[in-house]
Design a protein around this ligand. Structure first.
Ligand SMILES: [Zn+2]
Length: 224
């Protein structure tokens, strides 16, 4: 059996989660180890498959390490991190490098600077992309917010408030565009019915590829 970490919590059933960090089991307070391990044995093939899948994903889009030379994904490109300790705080792309400037560039600071940079970029890019596709929707929206979303790429409320996850800045533009189109289509259809997907398909005929991409590579879109 795969090694796993166990979390006991108030819940009804045993949940197995496989991430790049390993296998985590979240189990109801009263479940027994025998029950947990029986489920792990039963799911063994799936766990191994999922681990192999994730290993493949992270070999293509490695997690940022914050060390010089570490790869930083930006809109489908992989930039090499360069740390420059001489100067005021700044983050910029120079050729194939992502340059972070500032004093005391430990991992936490580099992470914070990169995250702030992604968010500022995301504010501009999402506004641009919404403006690009909005004429095809023909409905107004209220505002755009960029946030850290745990399990979603974006959302759209009945009032027309659009929210996007800044980590999409790590994905290629055509994937980011799909999320923009998806949320904009919610201005017309507020659910995921056949007619909703028809609207998405009108603007993005290959949206299924983007859905697949996010399903596959989504776990890699984050700053550890
Ligand atoms: Zn949706």
């Amino acid at each position: 059996m795969q090694p796993y970490t166990l979390k006991r919590e108030k819940r009804r059933s045993i949940l197995i989660q496989v991430t790049e960090a390993g296998v985590e089991v979240r189990a109801p307070l009263r479940s027994t180890l025998a029950q947990i391990e029986a489920l792990l044995t039963q799911k063994q093939a799936w766990i191994l498959r999922r681990r192999a899948q994730l290993a493949a994903v992270f070999s293509e889009i490695p997690l940022v390490t914050y060390d010089p030379g570490g790869l930083v994904p930006v809109m489908g490109r992989s930039l090499a991190l360069r740390l420059d300790k001489a100067g005021r705080v700044a983050v910029r792309i120079e050729g194939e490098e992502m340059v972070v400037v500032g004093p005391k560039l430990g991992p936490d600071r580099v992470r914070a600077h990169l995250k702030a940079w992604y968010i500022v970029q995301a504010e501009a890019i999402f506004e641009d992309r919404v403006a690009l596709y909005l004429p095809q929707i023909g409905r107004p929206y209220r505002d755009i917010q960029i946030k850290t979303l745990k399990r979603r790429w974006g959302s759209c409320t009945l009032k027309g408030e659009l929210t996007f996850n800044w980590t999409l800045m790590m994905a290629p533009l055509w994937v980011l565009d799909y999320v923009v189109i998806h949320e904009l289509c919610h201005l017309k259809v507020m659910n995921h019915s056949v007619s909703f997907w028809r609207e998405v398909g009108k603007i993005s005929p290959e949206y299924k590829k983007a859905v697949q991409w996010l399903k596959h590579y989504g776990p890699a879109l984050k700053l550890p």
